[in-house]
Design a binder for this molecule. Structure first.
Ligand code: CA
Length: 136
């Protein structure tokens, strides 16, 4: 598969459209989930190479999702970038502690988003995205 896919869990239509546009400009395909539960269903169905995760979701808290991802053998090593409006002191630590690899604060800026996605997207030579995690 030549397309580069990213799963984005975000309830806000405008943010989804913006992220889709920015990432499409670099050849990424954005698969979107509109709610936390939909996103979790999609993660159960197949591991994407990279997850962009809104923290403020109406149904499931984003931090709860990332903790669940880290507890699942098949998803444990999935790179997760949190996207959040919350920029209070201590938030970064809270997100990283919950299991996020990095985080981006809203409003979303194209350059910052692309830098992060390029940094965390698996490179050729990394294990294929659909391989299950190695047995412990
Ligand atoms: Ca939101």
């Amino acid at each position: 598969m030549s397309e580069r896919t990213v799963l984005y869990i975000e309830d806000n239509f405008h943010n989804r459209r913006l992220v889709r546009k920015i990432l499409a400009s670099r050849g990424y395909t954005v698969v979107e989930a509109e709610s936390g539960s939909q996103g979790m269903d999609m993660l159960r169905a197949g591991r994407p190479p990279l997850l962009l995760l809104d923290i403020g979701l109406p149904d499931v808290d984003g931090l709860e999702i990332v903790r669940w991802v880290r507890s699942e053998a098949a998803l444990r090593n999935l790179p997760v970038i949190a996207i959040t409006a919350s920029a209070m002191r201590g938030d970064r630590e809270r997100f990283l502690e919950a299991g996020c690899d990095d985080y981006l604060s809203k409003p979303i800026h194209a350059v910052e988003l692309l830098q992060l996605v390029d940094r965390y997207y698996p490179q050729a030579g990394d294990p294929p995205a659909n391989d299950p995690a190695p047995a412990p």
